[in-house]
Every structure is written in C-alpha cells, then in structure tokens.
Design a protein around this ligand. Structure first.
Ligand code: GCU
Length: 427
C-alpha cells in the first residue's frame, strides 16, 4: 500500500536525483543561454579569514593579498617556485636598421637554468629608436617567434609546436610558418608607432603545451634547482614563471624602461599572464585578452567553458586540486574577480569578444567590475557601471573593459585600446 510517507520519500528522491543530475550536467555541458544561468555566490574579496571586512590598502597588502594568493596556489595554479635563480643571456642577433631605420630588432637567448644551457627561451624584440629607455609590451606567442612577423631574419623556433598550426610539420615550424595566422596578434608596426617596444617569446620553450609536456619542460629540467616536483605546480605556473625570467632580462636591457613593462596575454596565454602578473608585481600593467575560464571570467557562473571541461581537455594546465571542483564550483574558495584583484593597484585591461561566448564575456565584465573594489582601497577607480557595455565602448578607469565584435582572437582594435590605455597609465 502506498502511504503518504512513501509518496513523500519518492518525491524527495526524485527531486534529489533531478538536482544532482542537473548540477552534474551543468559542469559537463557548456551553457550559452543567459536565462539558464543559476544563482551563484562569489566569495567576498574584502572578507578576511577572521570574518572582518578589510578597509585599508595596508591591510590588503599585508593580510588579504597574501591569503588570496595562497588560495590560488592551493586551489588552481599550484605552488609558485620560491627559490630565485639568476638568468644568463646571450644576444643572438641585433640589427638597428629595421623598419626603415626607425627600430632595432634584437634576439636574445635567456638561459633559465644556472648551468644547463639547453634550458632557455628565445626573446624576440623590436625596439623603437629613442634617446630614453622605452616602455614595452611583453607576452608569449602561440607558435614561435617567426610566426608574429614575416621577417626573414627571425630565427625559426626549434621547439615542439602544436599540430594543426599553419606551417608546422611534424610538430616543428617550417619557413611557411613565418608571419602565419597568429601574426595579427602582435601588430609590431602599430605598437612601435606608439613608442612601445615589443618583446615576445614562444611559450612552448618553457613547457610544450600537451599533457606530457612537463616531461621536457622546466617542471622537469628545473625540478632540482627550484626544489619543486612537477605535480606540485602546473603548466600555467611554469609559463608564468617563464614570463618573470623574461622580466629579469628586460630589467637588464638599457633600452627598456623596466618600470613600464606591460604584460599582455591572449586566451590560455592570458590566463598565464594573469598568474604571472599576480606572482610578480614588477609587471606594471596587465592585459587579459579573452582569457576566459581559469582566467578573468567567473567559474561559478554557469556560462561558456566550465571548470570540468577545461580540466578534462587540458589536464596539465592547472593543479590537481582544481580538478576537484569540476562537479562543485560552489565549493571553490576563489573566482576570477580574485585573480584580477591580485593585479591591484596596477592598471588592468580585460577584453572580450562577442563571438567568443566560450570565454563568457559577461562573466569577464562582472569579474573586472568586482575586482574594482580592491582598486578603491588604493583610491583608484575601476568600472563604475553595472551595465555590460555595448560593442566597442570601453568602460572603466584603472580597470578597463571592452567587448568588440568578431571572433576569439586579438585584433588591431584590441591593440589600439591597450596602447591608448598604457600610454595614459604610463604618463
Ligand atoms: C580552448 C580552451 C580555452 C582557451 C583557448 C585558447 O578554447 O578551452 O580555455 O582559452 O583554448 O587558449 O585559445
């Protein structure tokens, strides 16, 4: 006989099953319907461990910032190496007559390991001629230095490069990869015309971007020097560490103003750039171009790529601990706005593209807006509107945001905004 009690328990069970299935489905499936985004709660970036809200920049610097940074090490990126090693470098090539004699091209090999000369990254620089040291935009490229410009003097990368990249055969770059389709991501002439130098390196020099890449990257080759096991950190951590070693070099280069180093990263390289900017405060300005999940956007907002999806597809990018949140983003003690707040009070630009729903543009906007609360502690203004701006209408002051038309990429429009922003901030 079916009693009232039995009916009640069947109903409860079905509701529970429905709920657990729908949460699980959310993590595997990417949602792009705004009306389906469930409610979520962001951790309060100003709430300290002792339950008190912090009120001053001093408290942020002394207590909250180190605490949030540690949460990132523990839950997403893994340990950042605490041991400092000095770089060595060799100028491989330099020509002061490029771009009709207005700039110098320089190619520098930066050795990361104190003794092993096979552990290096090659930095390609274009530096506008100037009587004074110049500001610089630095960042990684996706498929080798030769891919950013069709300049026959740029050395072709010898490193492992992802298949399906134009001009790459058997995971190695060929002549055909010069100035290939990622060339628009580094519009060298445009950057130089604003008085900035360009410094870029191939991220695969540091760790090849595939699940086994750690075996030949610095997580293995620098393991003993840095006293850290490969599984204690992540590919993102290694790439961020590499950016800091590039910074070490830039600070030694007399043509560069070491106080005006702007870091820019697109997509996965934007995630790495944010972690590098959080880990190394010498980066004076940070640009996140469509960094999305694991970067600028909000993981707790079910829209676009999810924690579960990114960890399944790119198991090497983040620490093992990040994977434990795949089915339960509500339990994450961090979210994108906290990563962005680690850049404060330094100028920060977050950008999205309408055709890149995978990165969740609205999540990136909301995250950037929320990070502004930390900037306020320093008397700096972030984004003062709750309304997502329309296309090509940048908003915000020290934290700036735009969404543009078009697909997931870096375009000239993006660069024009970053250059204008950096010029104003570095004045
Ligand atoms: C994939 C990945 C993203 C990443 C992007 C990229 O789409 O899911 O998280 O940002 O690759 O780096 O291009």
């Amino acid at each position: 006989m079916t009693t009232k009690k039995n009916i009640a328990s069947i109903v409860c069970l079905s509701v529970a099953l429905f709920l657990s299935n729908s949460t699980r489905a959310q993590t595997f499936v990417s949602n792009t319907d705004e009306s389906k985004v469930p409610a979520y709660t962001l951790p309060d970036v100003l709430l300290m461990q002792n339950g008190r809200k912090l009120k001053t920049a001093a408290e942020w610097n002394k207590v909250q910032r180190p605490y949030i940074y540690q949460l990132y090490e523990e839950n997403q990126f893994g340990t950042y190496p605490k041991i400092k090693t000095a770089i060595r470098y060799k100028i491989l090539e330099s020509d002061s007559h490029v771009f009709k004699g207005t700039a110098t091209r320089k190619q520098v090999r930066i050795y990361l390991h104190p003794t092993d000369t096979s552990v290096y990254t090659d930095l390609l620089m274009y530096i506008p001629h100037s009587k004074k040291p110049v500001p610089v935009f630095v960042g990684y490229n996706f498929s080798g230095n030769q891919s950013i410009q069709s300049d026959p003097s740029v050395f072709i990368s010898q490193a492992w490069i992802a298949p399906k990249t134009k001009g790459v055969v058997n995971n190695r770059a060929t002549e055909n990869s010069r100035g290939n389709d990622t060339a628009t991501q580094w519009p060298v002439k445009e950057i130089l015309s604003h008085g900035f130098a360009v410094a870029t390196a191939y991220y695969g020099d540091i760790e090849p971007d595939h699940p086994e890449g750690w075996k030949t990257g610095i997580r293995t080759t620098m393991k003993d020097v840095l006293n850290i096991q490969p599984e204690q950190w992540s590919a993102m951590g290694a790439w961020a560490y590499g950016l800091s070693r590039i910074m070490d070099y830039l600070q030694k280069d007399k043509t560069i103003d070491g106080k005006k180093v702007a870091l820019m990263g697109h997509s996965r390289l934007g995630k790495a750039a944010l972690w590098a900017g959080a880990s190394d405060q010498r980066f004076a300005l940070v640009v996140s171009n469509e960094s999305g999940e694991g970067g600028a956007t909000l993981s707790k907002r079910w829209y676009g790529e999810t924690v579960k999806i990114i960890n399944e597809k790119f198991p090497h990018w983040f620490s093992a601990s990040y994977k434990t949140y795949g089915d339960n983003t509500a339990a994450l003690p961090i979210d994108g706005h906290m990563l962005l707040s680690l850049i404060a009070p330094r100028p920060l630009y977050v950008a999205s593209a309408e055709g890149d729903q995978w990165s969740d543009p609205k999540g990136e906007f909301l995250s950037a807006k929320e990070a502004g609360r930390v900037y306020s502690l320093f008397g700096k203004k972030g984004i003062d509107t709750d309304k997502m701006p329309g296309l090509h209408q940048p908003v915000g002051a020290t934290v700036r945001y735009h969404i543009r038309a078009g697909k997931h990429d870096v375009t000239l429009y993006d660069w024009q905004q970053y250059l204008k922003f950096a010029e104003a901030q570095f004045k």
